[in-house]
Design a protein around this ligand. Structure first.
Ligand SMILES: Nc1ncnc2c1ncn2[C@@H]1O[C@H](COP(=O)(O)OP(=O)(O)OP(=O)(O)O)[C@@H](O)[C@H]1O
Ligand SMILES: [Mg+2]
Length: 258
């Protein structure tokens, strides 16, 4: 590969150049470089979010389309947690157990889960590419600014909240009944609000219903969601949400059969 200095030129913002050495290990640089060479993006512009497990950047391709580039940290402290979700998933049963292998499998898992979201016609970022610990997907933003999470919105309008609740039920039902997939980390922190449309993100830990803990994860998702709406004063019980998900499932099956 060209030198680190060469790679730094992919970044347009001074601020990123300053934190460059802290954020990017040599391996991540090689991976970003190879993805950029293939044309998935041209420039990484600025950091959108720095987290425990991943950094998310806005990037842009040659045609001016924005992309979100999520770089999983290899030295993540929570990797034991990641292994728990991978272990029961037959799609990933052959992965090795080094930190690196687990993180790579994790990125691939998020890519595959996003592809399933797309096939189920749910509202989630379209996956563009994945290599090692780097995932490229559509950028969810308005006028180039990343959309805020539902958590940051503090929506009070009852009609809007009802609509958000219905969109969430539809998301859960589509994944479950059309793809047998459970998000497994669903909450107001992993939902972006674009205008009045919810976009569901961060599905790396999503598991198929054959996973031994799928039901536990599913119940936790539903509980997080009903707790959120109840806090916003749109009273929703766990049982009511389960009923609504089943109803949505029936409607989907009917549509499929017609
Ligand atoms: N496709 C996207 N478009 C725009 N912004 C995004 C996109 N994906 C993620 N983000 C932004 O990055 C943040 C973190 O993303 P995500 O929830 O996927 O990562 P995470 O695994 O929770 O990372 P961590 O918990 O380590 O912060 C989101 O809250 C959102 O602000
Ligand atoms: Mg998240």
């Amino acid at each position: 590969m060209e030198s680190r200095e060469e790679f730094k030129k992919l970044f347009s913002e001074e601020k990123i150049k300053k934190i460059f050495d802290k954020v990017f290990d040599n391996q991540s640089i090689l991976t970003l470089h190879s993805l950029a060479k293939k044309g998935f993006f041209k420039t990484v512009e600025f950091i959108v979010s720095t987290g425990k497990e991943a950094h998310v950047f806005r990037a842009v391709d040659v045609s001016g389309n924005f992309r979100a580039v999520k770089i999983y940290k290899i030295e993540t402290s929570t990797f034991h947690n990641l292994a728990k979700y991978l272990r029961g998933d037959y799609r990933f049963r052959d992965i090795k157990h080094s930190k690196k292998d687990i993180v790579f499998a994790w990125a691939k898992k998020e890519f595959k889960n996003l592809a399933l979201c797309k096939e189920a016609k749910t509202s989630a970022p379209r996956p563009v590419a994945v290599k090692d610990n780097v995932l490229v997907m559509d950028f969810i933003g308005e006028n180039g600014i990343a959309c805020r999470t539902l958590r940051e919105h503090d929506e009070r309008d009852k009609e809007t909240l009802k609509d958000y609740y219905n969109q969430t039920i539809e998301f859960i039902a589509r994944l479950l009944y059309l793809k047998e997939l459970v998000h497994a980390d669903l909450s107001e922190y992993n939902i972006l609000v674009k205008g009045k449309k919810l976009v569901f993100i961060d599905i790396g830990q999503g598991v198929l219903t054959t996973h031994p803990k799928a039901e536990e994860f599913f119940n936790r998702d539903v509980k997080n969601i009903t707790d959120y709406f109840t806090r916003q004063r749109l009273e929703k019980s766990f049982e009511e949400a389960i009923k609504d998900i089943k109803e949505a499932g029936k409607t989907l099956k009917k549509k499929q059969n017609n």
